[in-house]
Design a protein around this ligand. Structure first.
Ligand code: ZN
Ligand code: ZN
Length: 355
């Protein structure tokens, strides 16, 4: 599996006349060689690969790293230079998006005589379609998070603090085996629901309010992402109206998911529906995004996105309506694009729950 992933780099060597690629982003390192620690570097030539780490990680690397020779080093850049000279690596690509200016200066200073070639978002493209192992992990973490939410729902009631709901949900995820939360949960009740990214606050939930909970778990480096909006007590007419519009926009968009559709056209399905129902000005963000080793990754689903859906992409569908001074609704699921359509990975109930 990891060998297949590394082979996705092969065209780069030819296109850019590279002798090797230096990978320093820890997520890309994990993706390509399996190392789960927090620091290291992976040097990949067309023929072989080396994983460089300091002594803190040697034992872990020996146990985890696949398809690369582990080299413990005291001064990583010196080792990198020596390896490059020994193996005739004269043009090395590096991840420009994950290299600070000062790090670049250090690397280029240490690798004298070696040409460093700035790589664009090549790993975004390589990671955009998930392989079967990744889909299994994304499916497992999504199930864990959905079940955690379902089990803490009885806590959502008048008088409870938003931040206590976030805390209980995280406890529940960890109890069920999560490594942690995928991001700071959003728990936004009543008028705070108008803030698409309203992190859980000290506010107490009031009877009759809508509560938007955007949550995800992290397990084995993969993230889940899901949003429910729940009515705490009997909702008013306008709350019911915007819920029904967002739910229909969400359902209509999901039904269209299939390989070959552009992300822009998919975004338009939900956006047009919301606009036709008079709330176009209240849906400001894109329809969704890719999910994987990062909570937000490619592709982006927005009116400007020219990406085309392909089998193996894992995306969110998350339309919303946010009305300042009133509140809001968002409904989000994560799904995988299959050969002929989609499979939804998240499973918390998306019908209007009245607690
Ligand atoms: Zn979310
Ligand atoms: Zn999301």
């Amino acid at each position: 599996m990891l060998k297949n992933r590394r082979s996705r780099l092969d065209p780069l060597f030819e296109e850019l006349s590279l002798d090797a690629v230096l990978v320093t982003d820890i997520r890309n390192i994990r993706y390509l060689c399996g190392f789960s620690g927090s620091e290291g570097a992976l040097l990949i030539s067309s023929a072989t690969a080396w994983f460089l780490c300091d002594s803190r990680y040697t034992a872990q690397a020996a146990a985890e790293v696949q398809g690369a020779e582990v080299r413990e080093c005291v001064l990583r850049l010196e080792t990198l230079h020596a390896l490059s000279v020994e193996n005739g690596l004269k043009r090395i690509g590096f991840e420009a998006a994950h290299t600070s200016v000062s790090a670049f200066r250090k690397i280029s200073g240490a690798l004298s005589g070696i040409e460093l070639v700035e790589l664009g978002p090549v790993f975004d493209d390589i990671r955009i379609c998930k392989d079967p192992l990744e889909i299994e992990l994304l499916s497992a973490v999504a199930t864990l998070a959905s079940q955690s939410l379902t089990s803490i729902l009885p806590l959502v009631k008048p008088g409870v603090r938003e931040s206590d709901i976030a805390l209980e949900l995280e406890f529940e995820m960890r109890r069920r085996g999560a490594d942690g939360r995928a991001f700071d949960f959003i728990v936004a009740s009543g008028v705070r629901g108008a803030m698409p990214h309203g992190r859980a606050s000290d506010k107490l939930i009031q009877s009759g309010e809508l509560v938007t909970i955007d949550f995800g778990a992290l397990k084995d480096a993969y993230h889940s992402d899901e949003t429910v909006t729940i009515a705490c007590g009997e909702p008013g007419g306008r709350e019911r109206e915007i819920y029904a519009i967002v739910k229909e926009a969400h359902d209509l968009a999901i039904l269209q998911v299939r390989p070959g559709l552009t992300c822009r056209d998919l975004d338009a399905v939900a956006r047009d529906y919301i606009r036709e129902h008079g709330y176009g000005d209240y849906f400001g963000h894109g329809l969704g995004h890719g999910v994987g080793l990062e909570i937000h990754e490619m592709p982006t689903l927005s009116p400007r996105s020219e990406a085309v859906l392909k089998e193996g992409m894992v995306i969110t569908i998350e339309p919303g309506i946010y009305i300042p001074g009133f509140g809001g609704v968002r409904i989000e699921d994560t799904l995988v694009v299959t050969g002929d359509g989609y499979r939804i990975l998240t499973s918390a109930d998306k019908h209007l729950l009245i607690l």
